[in-house]
Ligand binder design. Sequence first.
Ligand SMILES: Cc1cc2nc3c(=O)[nH]c(=O)nc-3n(C[C@H](O)[C@H](O)[C@H](O)COP(=O)(O)O)c2cc1C
Length: 306
Amino acid sequence: MSDMSVKLGALTLKNPVMTASGTFGYGEEYNKFYPISKLGAVVVKGIAPWQSHGNAMPRTAEVVSGMINAIGLQGPGIDKFLTSSHYMPFLRTTGATVIVNIWGRKPEDYALVAERLEAEKDGIAALEINVSCPNVKEGGLSFGTNVASMQSVVRAVREKTTLPLITKLSPNVSCIADFAKGAQDAGSDMISLINTIPAMAIDIETRRPKLANITGGLSGPAVKPVAIKLVYEAAKAVSIPVIGMGGITCGADAVEFLLAGASAIAVGTATFADPAAPLKVLNELEEWMDSHGVKSVSELIGQVQI
Ligand SMILES: Cc1cc2nc3c(=O)[nH]c(=O)nc-3n(C[C@H](O)[C@H](O)[C@H](O)COP(=O)(O)O)c2cc1C
């Protein structure tokens, strides 16, 4: 049997397969299919200081090999997240390793959420800072496409928490290495990538955009080669662990991301087609490692032969 555990700095995961924020809710529905504690980590949908209903419908459209979404960061907000039985109190009962994804419109918003989570951090393994959502007008992408703005968010959160910090990078930049290094320099313990890629689809009969928001973010297998390239370049630029995601649907995809330099991976859009997709990816990764004589995940990380 292969050793599936991975060490991400101070954070050790039982295996490298996580859920991607926004594609797994807060775990409750999925825990009815299988114990979500089997996964390396559950990354919850973004939490802001306020409750948010997101963008107008339609907010998702299927495209060849993927989907475009403009959910617009719908979420319960920090108060409800910490108190309602559907969110953090529920997650604490599952024994899952929980990573809380956070967002805001100003660095102070992120800091406020981080401070609240720090005060009730029992059962929280790490924070993931979303500086890269293409679907919110302020914050989101505007932080993620400017190194100094991104760093102001990372520093604001760093001041408020001792939890391991992951900065989630945007693929929509010209030099990913600058952002990866910038996140590391500002105090991030890890980086994760990629978030969705800005995209648009038009219904040719109605001649209208398929999303009410007009544009959205592309995810799923269509983005995987882009994600592999960016993970490869980001991993070369930093000494902190990288979490890779973008279009992963099977164990072989996970192996590819690990070889590119990821120390852990996340499964997102695939979960919409199969609620057990993260577990399937984990099982297939383990089978692949067994059949290839790979005894530990660390034997794969960054091992692409150039
Ligand atoms: C419907 C949907 C909602 C998402 N919501 C969030 C979010 O709240 N916060 C975030 O950081 N990323 C969010 N993402 C991005 C995913 O976490 C992931 O980075 C991206 O979809 C690429 O992975 P995938 O191709 O496996 O889906 C969302 C993606 C989708 C498809």
